[in-house]
Design a protein around this ligand. Structure first.
Ligand code: ATP
Ligand code: LTN
Length: 363
């Protein structure tokens, strides 16, 4: 194709995208009668099906009739050591994954946390209304810091939940869709909001967590006593959203179960099998009970194969879309830029109200 033909092709494709961003711009005159939905994810690695079934799938489903705001929380990611170039690359990949799972920039605001400095400023103010005692009780902090010696625990890791509270409260959020592991952080956010409101009069909306019915806690395939985590050293313990079908089948084949042959949903007595049934139900959109009936009389080998196949089917369109978005950096950047501009405006106006309430002098 000659250069001119190429240029006119690009120009022909542009108006659609421009129109798209004009609409995006007006979206930010938020409809106050709608509930605001906010959630965040760390660009700290490749995403697992735990992230997907516990959170991301619900983000994609929560874009109609609400004001949806989805944030890539890079400032949370640096609470543990990160290689700068890797973090930068993963941040862009994270945005492409979010677009691939169906976050629609026409409907939702998608942006990077560090692009809206009001998050950090509000976190500082909220730090002054948070207690060491309550932060010390956070199980995520206890789990993550247990692996370190006391001298090398970073203040940022300890303070992580207050930054999360600032993320949520900066947008007067009503609903926060997250996995079960975030429940304690959401409760803390509510406590901080209520405390601030009691001291200064109604300021913050007190948000509610929204937890998936199925898939809110996907367990590790190699040790079903703990959650599936993308930072687990054992790569067989998790399945990634962008994983090759063959590797997905292999991982399910190796999943740890039990020695009694009956397929039954009993999370206490049979955590491995119950986890597989939940993953199957989440991937195929049917209830756990119906999944159990489907597998009646079958062996564990067949169950593992079918769970793997259902997950592959669920992920296939996402992987295809990811391949497209990951080639179009200019488009992804333009979505993030529009998102950041809108987020900055909303967060800054709420921050201003808070600054006035606490007594900061303004000119
Ligand atoms: P890591 O495991 O590396 O500590 P993470 O996988 O928990 O990180 P986050 O960015 O902290 O990733 O979480 C993003 C979202 O995914 C959160 O809403 C979290 O609750 C959800 N989530 C993470 N793991 C699971 C899981 N195993 N089951 C269900 N939801 C999960
Ligand atoms: N701690 C969260 C990520 C996160 C978040 C948020 C989630 C940071 N800020 C605000 C919801 C709302 C986690 O998933 N690990």
């Amino acid at each position: 194709m000659g250069e001119n033909a190429l240029l006119s092709n690009i120009k022909a494709a542009m108006p659609e995208r421009r129109a798209h961003f004009r609409r995006f711009g007006t979206l930010m005159e938020f409809d106050k009668s709608r509930k605001t939905v906010f959630s965040g994810i760390q660009p700290s690695g490749e995403f697992s099906i735990g992230n997907y079934f516990g959170a991301l799938k619900h983000w994609a489903a929560m874009q109609e009739g609400v004001n949806p705001i989805y944030c890539i929380v890079d400032m949370h990611a640096i609470t543990v050591p990160q290689d700068p170039e890797t973090l930068r690359r993963r941040t862009l990949e994270c945005a492409a994954v979010l677009l691939a799972i169906g976050i629609d920039p026409d409907k939702s605001l998608l942006f990077i946390q560090s692009h809206a400095s009001a998050h950090a400023e509000l976190a500082w103010i909220l730090n002054c209304f948070s207690y060491m005692g309550e932060l010390s009780r956070m199980t995520q902090f206890k789990d993550k810091s247990q692996k370190l010696n006391a001298e090398s625990i970073r203040v940022g890791l300890f303070d992580y939940p207050v930054l999360m509270a600032a993320d949520i409260l900066a947008y007067q959020t009503d609903i926060v869709p997250v996995g079960e592991d975030q429940r304690q952080h959401i409760e803390l956010t509510r406590d901080i909001a209520v405390r601030f409101n009691q001291a200064f009069g109604d300021t913050f909306t007190v948000p509610e967590g929204r937890y998936a019915e199925i898939g809110t806690k996907v367990l590790s395939l190699s040790d079903p006593s703990k959650k599936m985590s993308k930072s687990d050293e054992n790569r067989n313990s998790y399945v990634l959203i962008l994983e090759e079908p063959e590797s997905i089948l292999n991982k399910f084949k190796r999943a740890v179960t039990d020695s009694e042959p009956e397929i039954r949903y009993d999370p206490k007595a049979k955590p491995g099998i119950s986890n597989l049934l939940e993953i199957y139900a989440a991937a195929s959109g049917i209830s756990v009970q119906d999944s159990v009936s489907q597998f009646d009389g079958l062996g564990y080998g067949e169950l593992k194969k079918r769970v793997g196949e259902a997950v592959i089917e669920e992920l296939r369109p996402i992987q295809e879309k990811y391949a497209e978005f990951s080639k179009d950096k200019a488009y992804v950047d333009s979505v993030l830029k529009a998102g950041a501009d809108a987020a900055r405006e909303i967060a800054a106006s709420n921050l201003k109200i808070v600054q006035e309430k606490v007594g900061f002098y303004s000119l």
